[in-house]
Write a protein that binds this ligand. Structure first.
Ligand code: SF4
Length: 378
């Protein structure tokens, strides 16, 4: 994050400085080398490092007391050194017949964050947070209203995944025992503003045990409001995750207000970077577009969106329209269905694929950040 604060120092409203220090290190913050080092510091043989990691990533166990293949005498020591209190569930809220479950977490220092698990017949997707709060100040977003609290650590990002995978495996989510298959970084925060920790988390999520949970890279989506240099950097990481760019409008004039970071990296630069990503990874880029009544839903904007995307990305693009989930007391509202249908038709007419995203969790305030915002106000 720090590098972006410096680069965007002319945009104090857009990039707030984090308000808190970072929590102590956790096993999931460490790569294989660092894990072995940490175990050595505790005076334990190197093979314990993999053993602990297999418990965490393979068996989804985060309580050293339950790691019964470790000698009882060393579990306390390991707990203190590598498993500081990380995330405690404050509450779970379910809707869609229990198949959507939102969890509000409290981190060790009291920071609130959230994740949403969505079960579909053929997959189970977890939407995770990468920051507590967000400094991007998008005016239609609940998280954006509160500013950035702090970056999440790699472990805090990774543990949202472990907890959801364990809940599914143990049958704690409606629909019976299942397997976590997809991860989207679309919860609170701008993932690429917490670049190093997010990339480390993606590696833990996608590496096979004992290095990680072994999910396919193609099942992971990293979203961004368009931090162009970070998109290019991500393209060079050798990862094949899906990139989702929250565009929300095809013209800079409106985007400057809807997504204030556009003042720093305008649409042409963002689409250039997205093209670089698509070329480097061979992955089709997702364009996210929250359709807002009378704001960005006009037919001419649909035409312009289709034209610009076709020109910049050719066939390597797909548009996801998101019916806006209004936040309480907000002046922003979702577009009427006929307007939405016409918008889709026009984008497709330009030769760009376009669908409307299924909006799970409307009744539990699942637009990013709404649950944490509600809890904050109590
Ligand atoms: S929409 Fe995303 S990037 Fe914008 S303020 Fe909300 S969380 Fe941040």
């Amino acid at each position: 994050m720090e590098e972006w604060i410096i680069m965007a120092s002319s945009l104090p409203l857009v990039f707030d400085a984090p308000k808190r220090g970072m929590p102590p290190r956790h096993l999931a913050d460490l790569d294989a080398e660092q894990r072995r080092e940490a175990v050595k510091e505790l005076g334990l043989p190197a093979f314990r490092a993999d053993q602990i990691a297999r418990q965490y990533y393979g068996r989804l166990e985060a309580d050293p007391e339950k790691m019964t293949d470790l000698p009882a005498a060393v579990r306390d020591k390991i707990g203190e050194a590598l498993f500081p209190p990380l995330l405690t569930p404050v509450k779970h809220i379910a809707c869609d017949g229990g198949e959507t479950r939102k969890t509000l977490w409290r981190a060790g220092d009291g920071t609130l964050l959230e994740s949403v698990l969505m079960r579909y017949p053929e997959r189970a997707t977890l939407c995770i947070s990468s920051q507590a709060g967000c400094g991007m100040a998008c005016p239609f977003c609940a998280t954006g209203q509160g500013g950035l609290d702090r970056n999440l650590t790699t472990a805090e990002i990774v543990d949202q995944v472990r907890a959801a995978a364990a809940a599914l495996r143990d049958g704690d989510v409606a629909g019976g025992p299942g397997r976590l298959s997809n991860i989207v970084f679309m919860g609170m925060g701008e993932p690429l503003a917490n670049y190093k920790r997010v990339v480390a988390a993606v590696r833990r999520i996608t590496s096979p045990a004992p290095e990680g949970f072994g999910l396919s890279q193609r099942s992971v989506t990293v979203s961004t409001v368009g931090l162009a240099p970070a998109i290019r950097k991500l393209a060079d990481e050798g990862l094949h995750v899906t990139l989702a760019v929250s565009l929300h409008t095809p013209d800079d004039k409106l985007r400057d207000t809807l997504v204030p970071v556009n003042n720093r990296w305008p649409i042409a630069e963002v689409l250039d970077a997205a093209r670089y990503y698509a070329d480097k990874t061979g992955r089709r880029v997702s364009i996210e577009y929250a359709l807002i009544r009378d704001v960005n839903d006009q037919p001419w904007r649909a035409d312009l969106l289709g034209k610009k995307l076709r020109k910049a990305l050719g066939a390597l693009v797909h548009v996801n329209l998101i019916p806006l989930n209004p936040t309480s007391g907000s002046e922003w509202d979702a577009s009427p269905k006929p307007v939405e249908r016409e918008f889709v038709r026009r984008v497709i007419a330009q030769g760009v694929s376009c669908t409307v995203r299924d909006t799970r969790g409307q009744e539990i305030a699942a637009a990013c950040g709404q649950l944490a915002a509600e809890a904050d106000h109590r």
